[in-house]
Design a protein around this ligand. Sequence first.
Ligand code: PLP
Length: 384
Amino acid sequence: MLENQKHLFSLKEDIYYLNCAYKAPLLKSAEAAAIADLVKQRNPANLLPTDYFKEAEEVRELFGRLVNSKPSEVAIIPSTSYGFSSVLNNISCKEGQHAITVESEFPSDYFSIERWCKTHQAELKVISPDANSNSIAKTWNQNILDSISEQTAVVIISSVHWMSGLKFDLARIGEKCKTVGAKFIVDGTQSVGAIPIDVKACKIDALICASYKWLFGPYSVALAFIGEAFHQGIPLEETWMNRTNAQNFAQLTEYESEYTPDAGRYNVGQVSNLTLMPMLIASLQQIHEWSVEGIQLYCRELVLPLLQYLKAIKVDLEEETYFSHHLFSLPLPSQIDTTHFTNELKRRNIILSVRDGKLRVSVNIFNTPKDIQQLIRAIEQNRN
Ligand SMILES: Cc1ncc(COP(=O)(O)O)c(C=O)c1O
């Protein structure tokens, strides 16, 4: 099993950061890459036309390998909302068709699909779990599957729920979407980099991920797998960089009508973002070195004492199949007042987010057993 990797970050010893789902800390290697690139930009005399392309190509390859897609099927974009609009603008709607999402989906996803529905005068079906079930996730997945029909044009959901970490059954949902001819769009922001995913096996048409959480990337860069269904689509913008002659700087005004193949047309303008791309390369290389399977396994072992403690004090957790060990919401014993406890956590330098009135715990390879012990101690000392 992987060992703790805190030494590769610049985290403080007395801060217990259980909040990777909010923002990942910066890797020292990514910080060094950004600084080196800034220094390089002091003097652009040596900046070659190829320098505007090669780092973005490397990022596309590294991300593609992470999700099982070709580099050409990866687009580099500034945010998930940009990615959703890029693909949704290329989904048509027949009379009577509808879209599907889940309850309390992240706002970028929700607003994007809401606009698509308004544009096409289509119904938006928002699917909820059965509130009183023993396994919220099981009924939720079943309700999603049951709602997909010949009338479904598009399903847009997160790979795991961003507030609770509950896993959606992407393979079964993707299969059902294919059977009925619906497009399947997945927001991978809260799991890609921490849980293995295979876009082909799950029959995903587009997988969109912000990079600043589980991919350890910089803010303002997101990555997208955009599959065959969209390879002839119309991108949001027309940048010279996405044309097949872009690297030939001397002949750019021989206006080339061909886009670079596959998802290339969806790359954002100025995709070469000279400071952020080297950071992302360093981060993605590091994730490959650790392996996503290794990261999830590390998180599983790390949080085991917390899960065992919660079980011992009779706190119910979601069943293992649907539980993400890197991100989960913490149901507190009824004796604990959430607001009071949140303040208490702050006082103890335990950093995590409150979402929907519950504590969201999110851990990664930089967290140590001490971080978890601190949280257990805080619960135990506030329980009576
Ligand atoms: C599930 C999910 N999607 C997307 C985002 C970020 O959205 P955007 O890239 O549109 O800012 C977040 C941020 O918390 C998220 O949790």
